[in-house]
Design a protein around this ligand. Structure first.
Ligand code: ZN
Length: 352
């Protein structure tokens, strides 16, 4: 058995637990996801935005979530408009609305998966040392870790502080590293004193996590006439300075912005975990062509200590009916690939 294992989780892992993958996301951004008036207004705002910016009309294909967010982030970071209708301050507000909807989806669609739970349990119980590198914003892995009988702690290695007073009094038997290279929907950030706060058990509602202010609500015309309970909206305050906290998820472009030093630490930590491991297990990650940064990190981590190691890196890949992805892995990692299981987690559990 391997001494140290790093498990790399992509969207396919979360799909087992009901969370939609990115290509399905745009649909939920505007369509019948909303329940109350507030959420209906949110749908309207997003729909109008993608109509104006991406020329969306009913019956046509939605723009990809990555394209929606990345274009906003690049405009915000450089202080530019997206056309005369959307100034960068307006775009910041649109981003909050979209992020609110994303967090609602990530938390709202989650359902318990026996196979995902068993996968996490077997790894943490039977393997000597396991770190996780997670490309997703959702908290599916965390929920599965907390499902376990054995009380296990999570270390995001993001320099953040845990929300206190949630009755986490159980003695923790061990701590597992969960390195979320694109941020997480349960992280909040104080733009004033720059502290990151981890809501480990997703105890704060999506609305409070997003960081809307009263001013934001007043500026959103679609919310006129909507009965708003500000107690539900006004978000968590920073425990140091009292400033409002906002969510901390990142697109490709956002990651490089000056605000988010924590991301470079997480990426460095991911590189360390990967390079010190003798086994990698990829689950539900399609190794997409344009994921250059992350693929480069994988390549560096694969090669940098390989001449010092007694045993060759051993890579397992867990996919669901994707022959083209299997080929992509083989062409990228060659003889380091031990096995490709193309029948999902359920089947892979037989090999663990
Ligand atoms: Zn603060």
């Amino acid at each position: 058995m391997s001494k140290k294992t790093t498990v790399i989780l992509g969207a396919g892992f979360s799909k087992n637990s009901g969370v939609p993958v990115q290509t399905e996301f745009s649909n939920y951004l505007v369509e019948s996801y909303a329940i109350g008036d507030f959420d209906k207004a949110v749908s309207k705002i997003i729909k109008r935005y993608i109509k104006n910016v991406f020329g969306y009309s009913k019956g046509n294909a939605y723009p990809q979530l990555d394209d929606i967010l990345t274009s906003i982030d690049i405009a915000i970071n450089s202080g530019h408009n997206l056309g005369a209708g959307y100034s960068y301050t307006h775009l910041e507000l649109i981003r909050k609305v979209i992020v609110y909807r994303i967090i609602s989806i990530l938390e709202g669609f989650y359902r318990y998966s026996r196979h995902a739970a068993k996968f996490v349990r077997v790894l943490l119980r039977d393997y000597p040392e396991v770190d996780f590198v997670v490309l997703n914003w959702d908290t599916v892995l965390e929920k599965n870790i907390y499902e376990m009988e054995e009380p296990i702690g999570i270390d995001y290695v993001n320099g953040g502080e845990e929300i206190k007073g949630l009755g986490n009094s159980l003695k923790i038997s061990k701590v597992v590293k969960v390195l979320k290279v694109h941020g997480s929907c349960n992280w909040m950030y104080c733009n004033n004193c720059r502290v990151l706060i981890n809501d480990l058990k997703s105890s704060i509602s999506p609305l409070k996590r997003t960081g809307f202010t009263r001013m934001d609500i007043l500026l959103l015309k679609d919310l006129e006439g909507v009965d708003i309970n500000y107690d539900n909206i006004e978000n968590k305050k920073c425990f140091r300075c009292g400033n409002v906290l906002s969510s901390h998820i990142a697109t490709q472009s956002y990651r490089n912005s000056f605000k988010v030093n924590s991301f470079s630490n997480i990426w460095a930590e991911a590189e360390k975990s990967l390079s010190l491991s003798d086994k990698w297990i990829f689950v539900g990650y399609s190794l997409p062509q344009n994921d250059y940064e992350f693929k480069h990190l994988l390549k560096i981590a694969e090669l940098k200590l390989s001449h010092k190691k007694k045993t060759k890196l051993n890579i397992d890949v867990v996919l669901l009916n994707s022959d083209s992805t299997a080929v992509r892995y083989k062409s990228f990692f060659g003889d380091k690939i031990n096995m490709v299981c193309n029948e999902g987690i359920e089947e892979y559990l037989n090999y663990l």
